[in-house]
Design a protein around this ligand. Structure first.
Ligand SMILES: *[C@@H]1O[C@H](CO)[C@@H](O)[C@H](O)[C@H]1NC(C)=O
Ligand SMILES: *[C@@H]1O[C@H](CO)[C@@H](O)[C@H](O)[C@H]1NC(C)=O
Ligand SMILES: *[C@@H]1O[C@H](CO)[C@@H](O)[C@H](O)[C@H]1NC(C)=O
Ligand SMILES: *[C@@H]1O[C@H](CO)[C@@H](O)[C@H](O)[C@H]1NC(C)=O
Ligand SMILES: *[C@@H]1O[C@H](CO)[C@@H](O)[C@H](O)[C@H]1NC(C)=O
Ligand SMILES: *[C@@H]1O[C@H](CO)[C@@H](O)[C@H](O)[C@H]1NC(C)=O
Ligand SMILES: *[C@@H]1O[C@H](CO)[C@@H](O)[C@H](O)[C@H]1NC(C)=O
Length: 334
């Protein structure tokens, strides 16, 4: 029990502080401000995204959120923007964009209380995902999607044991194999690694991520499907460009048994009529929870696929079969 005098004292101090600074005027900590200024100095900011980063109180800067009580920076939202409305200027067409580029300075490790870091849609072409991000161990959300990062995913990322959300999608140039250490991030609920250039096996350690709700994977080879059967909380699952899916029928059986799966995408996996029709609806069924099924860019030719889908699903709302070899128009039924 807290001593009454101590409580009174804390109350008085808090009232004095609120009067002195106004309720929302938490002052930025000098070491964290210095760290941000060092970060800014190494960034190329052609679109003035960090133009507000000049005043004394860094808690008021754009993209920054400080904790009410401790003043530590807890959120850093520096996402860029891409608008796919094409404009015409100086003789050519472009996409309207706003982003930062340059180098991500190590000074960010000073932000030890950071819980949310969003760097998506910026341009860090020809740089790797910094290994030092692994020291920001309070992170819950890390969004590095669409940043043009290249090279391998640093294994240091597995130190981020509080992560619930990890998005490395659409960097195009991330390569090597997916590190098995990602399987240590046991609190992950959302993992997106699609849209990259990974090679080799998808690590079975992903089967340890028992809290995953959404999993998006692309590029790679699958081995045993045993690990996937562990992920019973999955509601969203996507496998893109998995080259040997067609020769691994047990995968589809495992997927069909995921009890909460609502959205499934198996695109560019070279799936054939023969492959799907070999699953006889008399002993094969998707979970009744499945409402969106996407099978675009495969090799289906026979309209019988529609019958098969309707025989193996019971609550489907959306089916995407575009970019197949079915006769007639490309088909997307909603
Ligand atoms: C800041 O304080 C407000 C009001 O007391 C509260 O609603 C909010 O959740 C707090 N935010 C953080 C980040 O602590
Ligand atoms: C990061 O920013 C992008 C762009 O606004 C947004 O779509 C995305 O949801 C954000 N990520 C997180 C984890 O909030
Ligand atoms: C992370 O996983 C790897 C391999 O899956 C294991 O060898 C390592 O000990 C784990 N590291 C930590 C910090 O748990
Ligand atoms: C992770 O999964 C592997 C099998 O893929 C297993 O051998 C290992 O014990 C698991 N680690 C934890 C911490 O559950
Ligand atoms: C399934 O999850 C358990 C822990 O929940 C783990 O010990 C086991 O190794 C996992 N199996 C696979 C194949 O990943
Ligand atoms: C398919 O699912 C339905 C609804 O859950 C069920 O009635 C039926 O017996 C299942 N069929 C097979 C072959 O599993
Ligand atoms: C779908 O079910 C109908 C009625 O049971 C059956 O006649 C047909 O052969 C089935 N088609 C496929 C492709 O499973």
């Amino acid at each position: 029990m807290m001593n009454l005098k101590v409580m009174m004292f804390m109350f008085v101090v808090s009232v004095v502080l609120q009067v002195a600074y106004g309720q929302h005027h938490i002052r930025c900590l000098p070491n964290e401000r210095d760290a941000l200024l060092q970060f800014k100095a190494a960034i190329v900011d052609d679109y003035d995204m960090l133009s507000s980063w000049t005043t004394p109180d860094c808690c008021q800067w754009e993209g920054i959120l400080c904790n009410n009580l401790t003043a530590h920076i807890i959120r850093l939202d520096l996402h860029g923007e891409v608008h796919y409305e094409y404009f015409y200027r100086n003789g050519y067409y472009g996409v309207s964009r706003r982003y930062i580029s340059g180098e991500i300075h190590m000074s960010l490790t000073e932000l030890r209380h950071l819980q949310y870091f969003n760097l998506s849609f910026n341009d860090f072409r020809e740089t790797n995902i910094p290994e030092f991000l692994g020291s920001l161990t309070n992170l819950r959300y890390l969004d590095l999607s669409s940043c043009h990062f290249s090279g391998q995913i640093p294994t240091q990322i597995s130190s981020l044991t509080h992560l619930k959300y990890l998005n490395l999608a659409d960097n195009y140039y991330l390569d090597g194999s997916i590190p098995r250490e990602i399987g240590n991030l046991s609190r992950l609920e959302y993992l997106d690694l699609s849209g990259n250039s990974f090679e080799g096996y998808i690590p079975s350690q992903l089967g340890n991520l028992s809290n995953l709700h959404q999993l998006y994977l692309g590029e790679g080879i699958v081995t045993s499907d045993e690990w996937l059967s562990n992920l019973t909380s999955l509601t969203h699952l996507s496998f893109n460009s998995i080259s040997n899916f067609n020769s691994s029928p047990s995968w589809l059986r495992t997927i069909a048994k995921l009890p909460k799966l609502r959205e499934l995408s198996l695109s560019e996996c070279g799936l054939s009529d023969h492959f799907l029709l070999s699953f006889n609806p008399s002993n094969f069924n998707f979970s009744t929870s499945l409402s969106v099924l996407s099978l675009f860019e495969n090799s289906f030719t026979q309209p019988m696929i529609f019958q098969w889908v309707s025989n193996t699903t019971s609550n489907l709302v959306e089916l995407d079969l575009s970019w197949n070899l079915l006769k007639g128009e490309d088909l997307k039924c909603v």
